[in-house]
Design a protein around this ligand. Sequence first.
Ligand SMILES: Cc1cc2nc3c(=O)[nH]c(=O)nc-3n(C[C@H](O)[C@H](O)[C@H](O)COP(=O)(O)O)c2cc1C
Length: 242
Amino acid sequence: MSFGDEFQRLSKYLRESLKGKGLDWGNKPSLYKKYSGAKETAELPGAECEGGKPLYQTIQQRRSVRNYQDTAVDGKTLSQVLWAAQGITLATEYHQFRAAPSAGALYPIETYCVINNVEGYKPGLYHYQVPYHTLLLIKEGSFGSDLARAALGQKMLRDSAFNLVWAAVIERSKWKYDQRAYRYIYLDAGHIAQNAALAAAACGLGSCQVGAFFDEEVNRVIDVDGEAEFAIYMSSFGIPKV
Ligand SMILES: Cc1cc2nc3c(=O)[nH]c(=O)nc-3n(C[C@H](O)[C@H](O)[C@H](O)COP(=O)(O)O)c2cc1C
């Protein structure tokens, strides 16, 4: 049996062996990544819940788009896509719920934004700061080509206006789900990417999901260690070439 088959077998919930385990509330991992040291914040326009194409039309029209115009996208559109991916949509006393569902509301996925060509934003690697709906500039520079190289030469990541890279902080989900967490992070990322793709389509942008990449190379682009946190999915976004 290969390790994939073995993982699927070993991570099954079985009626005879599933015991409710108490959760270690004192050691619940933080749901938000924090950076130390001074970093530049890039504000985003406030996200809006109105406008854009209607939902059913958007679903009908969404296609993977791999060829983009060499035209800048505006900050408003970037903001809408980030909000649809991970924005907070309901804050209660105990939880801050986000736009996409997450197993156990543990939100193990971090969103990085590689900006190539967005009006008013320097090209660079940014981290999406969920609680504030802002971007934190992690490093300035053109990283689209590095990302394209890391993704088996898929040039759309170089030619896009921006790319989102999703990385899992596995401990957040393992805290509750142990090895089954590895199923849930991919499901979470799928929901997030679909929300982003639909928001992009509603704003007239094209996007393409990317699962084919050299993991460690993408980890290096987004400055994560590949163990506690590792890249699992990406999408490119831009104005479609007609
Ligand atoms: C998990 C996943 C990984 C994907 N990886 C890639 C990829 O690496 N490169 C690419 O060009 N398209 C990729 N795609 C896009 C698919 O090729 C595309 O969704 C499919 O052809 C159906 O077309 P549609 O998205 O226009 O409906 C991926 C899609 C998914 C869901």
